[in-house]
Design a protein around this ligand. Structure first.
Ligand code: 13P
Ligand code: SF4
Length: 359
């Protein structure tokens, strides 16, 4: 039962001491988060993995692409462990390396050699991948002068890309790409959607020549559930409500909200509110419920009345956490995530560009 698992995790962590560090994403359930040494958004956890080179093992309570990123940024002898290997991300799966390479070839037919700068020193297309993508995709981006972004630095990263290229191919999340570029003043007509199932030229009538940001068809199945009618309802029922949503939500939802930002942005906005406030939040429900419990002076609720957890984040059950920690106590590393060297080297380049890009 829950109390027994809790005690087993606590005991195993106490035995391991500094040998292990447990990282937990904001979307993890409470029974897991309470055992995490660091809790954060994907950007903060990447930095935490990079910082804790003293630990033999990093247990990553999050999803597969985050554990891969931790492996890329941690020391060569550190083991990164994902407690349940079935914890993936459906959005990350929406851009396969084969599809992206195919798109790249077709774009080269339109723009010419994509790896050679023009007379002004600008490349035709800079590939930008959201952190929510496989290591293979990050490696592709690293090999083609591109960069990784997270929801907390997408604008900074797009600015970095526009200093170096005429346009951006942004994947996998169309919403983060569209919302970020729109906030930077890029007109919607200059954001065609790339559709790998259509032959070249059939891409949403895209005038590829004028394109500034070529979007990919991916989305997050949790965040796309949020709607403008939910926001209207929240405003009708709670006059003065502050509506904050994650930028993975559709554009109309971001436009109807008061603010949009990463999970850490949402947390900080609530922490900074000095007056008792009503907040309607458009992001994963485990985070919203935890914020509500931590801030009883505010009224905080999730915009989606049908509770919507991220089902893959939820696959990190405390039973798996207990198992991987007890295995470490017994001297056994289970569920290790290792990115092969040929992918890891360019993927690390793309990640380091992100970590170095300053607003
Ligand atoms: P953050 O970058 O805000 O942590 O979001 C990660 C994620 O998976 C959102 O769905
Ligand atoms: Fe992926 Fe969405 Fe879950 Fe984030 S919330 S891990 S983007 S499925």
């Amino acid at each position: 039962d829950e109390a027994e698992l809790d005690a087993r995790i606590t005991a195993a962590k106490a035995t391991l001491g500094e040998r292990v560090v447990v990282l937990g994403h904001f979307y993890q359930r409470e029974e897991v988060v309470r055992h995490a040494d660091y809790v954060g958004d994907s950007f903060q956890l990447a930095n935490a993995a990079k910082a804790r080179t003293d630990a033999e093992a990093i247990v990553f309570c999050g999803v597969h692409f985050m554990a891969e990123t931790a492996d890329l940024l941690s020391g060569p002898d550190q083991a990164v462990i994902l407690p349940n290997l079935a914890a993936g991300c459906s959005m990350a799966d929406m851009a396969s390396i084969d599809e992206v390479e195919q798109a790249w070839e077709e774009l080269a037919d339109v723009y010419g050699d994509l790896d050679t700068p023009d007379a002004e020193g600008l490349l035709p297309v800079i590939p930008v991948t959201y952190m929510n993508s496989s290591a293979a995709i990050k490696g592709f981006v690293g090999r083609h002068h591109g960069i990784v972004c997270t929801s907390s630095n997408a604008r900074t990263v797009l600015e970095w890309a526009f200093e170096r290229g005429r346009r951006v191919l942004f994947f996998p999340d169309q919403h983060l790409g569209r919302n970020t570029a729109k906030a930077m003043g890029v007109p919607l007509e200059q954001m065609p959607m790339w559709n790998p199932r259509k032959p070249l030229g059939g891409n949403d009538d895209a005038t590829l020549e004028d394109a500034r940001v070529i979007l990919w068809h991916g989305f997050c199945s949790v965040h796309r559930r949020f709607s403008v009618s939910q926001i209207d309802k929240a405003r009708a029922e709670h006059p003065g409500v502050r509506v904050i949503v994650h930028p993975e939500c559709p554009m109309e939802v971001v436009d109807a909200a008061d603010e949009a930002g990463s999970t850490d942005y949402i947390r900080k906005a609530i922490e900074a509110a000095t007056e008792p406030t009503t907040f309607a939040i458009g992001t994963e429900v485990n985070l919203v419920q935890r914020l509500a419990a931590e801030h009883p002076q505010h009224e905080i609720f999730c915009l989606d009345p049908v509770v919507c957890p991220c089902s893959t984040m939820y696959r990190i059950h405390p039973g798996y956490l207990a198992w991987v920690l007890e295995s470490l106590v017994a001297g056994e590393v289970v569920n290790r995530i290792t990115v092969p060297a040929d992918v890891a080297d360019p993927a690390r380049v793309a990640l380091e560009r992100m970590l170095a890009a300053k607003p």
